[in-house]
Design a binder for this molecule. Sequence first.
Ligand code: 5GP
Length: 191
Amino acid sequence: MELLKERILQEGQALSETILKVDSFLNHQVDAKLMFEMGTCFKKYFENHGVTKIFTIESSGIAPTVMTAMQMDLPMVTLKKQSSKILKGEVYQTTVHSFTKGLDYELTLSKKYINENDTILIIDDFLANGEAALGAIRLVEEAGAKVAGIGIVIEKSFQPGRAMLDEKGYDVYSLARVKKLGKGLIEFIEE
Ligand code: 5GP
């Protein structure tokens, strides 16, 4: 998505060789029109995948996902990050290690919002090691539902997540694929 790549180049800050800060349009302040364009791109790619619901992970995945859900006319579910396990049987939970915070959390989904006939599109803001995406996949598959694919706003292709998801056979579609990060340097994979 050219518009996204331009914004990343204009406003993104590479905090290190692995962390990209995009607080001015995605992770803190949110550019709603840009989110709408993201929704258009995700719809175009995933519209013939039989998707019944779109899942995201709180909180930065919500804005692009709500725009996608609106354009695809589908329900959206936000997977919650809980600090501890819920012991009653009303939820699916799985432990995920946070790339940016270095902590574990319990990714949580109410059993009310999924069933075995669902085909789920998972959308998130970043893909690094793939822990968050894999956690969401585990919840979907534990419920007996199918994963239609994974939509990512910014993929850091030099980290292991993309290759790992490809190897497992998931359909990953990223709006921007970052090849390299460094002080004052952001390079994309050209497609
Ligand atoms: P993963 O689980 O793939 O290792 O990391 C993905 C999650 O970590 C995303 O949901 C995102 O919140 C966060 N994340 C990973 N890398 C970055 C980054 O470079 N910048 C920001 N802002 N968040 C990131």
